[in-house]
Design a protein around this ligand. Structure first.
Ligand code: PRP
Length: 203
């Protein structure tokens, strides 16, 4: 029998969601997700970040570059709070595949299509973990002539850094746990969840 999510109450600390495979003939695919940030906490964080970006770029044209796929939800919420002369573009990078740890190799799947020379660029990331993706992207944008590049990350995991990167706007500092929801995935799942959860070890 096909079953959907059970015990869903994302605003209750410590609650869990048990997702059971929709394919009843497969072994049950059960993950335990512990709430890390509620929808309300995320939206407060996005509001705060938007205020900082707004103040810094007031009166200046801005190119906002989202890093697909993970940043798509955060970027949509962030840009709708900005009252700036802005355009948007995207890059698609990947380094995790179906694993919970970085392969250490960042792959460029889709580059920015907008002209970059002389532009003020704001990179929007869902999470900075090892820093490899951000470091790769900074070089990519600078080599193509961006006048300035700042990084806005909803989540920062400083304990996991493998390369030093400087983040200009950070929503929340996160522990060394694998996080999903609000754009973040595990093997392409859970991006649609409106809150952020930690995947329980061994679940
Ligand atoms: C995730 C996330 C960041 C990156 C951060 O992307 O969206 O872009 O990892 O990790 P790092 O600091 O260790 O490089 P992922 O490669 O999983 O692709 P996705 O955005 O399509 O999920």
């Amino acid at each position: 029998m096909a079953r959907g999510p059970s015990c869903v109450d994302p605003l209750m600390p410590g609650c869990y969601i048990a997702i059971v495979s929709r394919l009843s003939r497969k072994a049950p695919d059960l993950h335990t997700l512990n709430l890390f940030l509620s929808e309300a906490q995320i939206q407060e964080g996005v509001e705060r970040l938007a205020g900082q970006v707004q103040a810094d770029y007031e009166g200046r044209p801005l190119l906002v570059v989202g890093v697909l796929r993970g940043a798509f939800v955060f970027m949509a919420d962030l840009v709708r709070r900005l009252r700036l002369s802005l355009t948007v573009d995207f890059v698609r990078l990947a380094s995790y595949g179906a694993s919970t740890t970085s392969s250490g190799r960042v792959r460029l799947i889709h580059g920015v299509r907008s002209p970059l020379r002389g532009r003020a660029v704001l990179v929007v990331e869902d999470i900075v973990d090892t820093g490899l993706t951000t470091s790769f992207l900074l070089s990519y944008l600078q080599e193509r002539g961006a006048a300035s590049v700042r990084i806005c990350a909803l989540l920062d995991k400083p304990a996991c850094r493998r390369v030093q990167v400087s983040l200009d706007y950070v929503g929340f500092t996160a522990p060394d746990r694998f996080l999903v929801g609000y754009g973040l995935d595990f093997d392409q799942r859970y991006r649609e969840l409106p809150a952020v959860y930690a995947l329980e070890d061994g679940s």
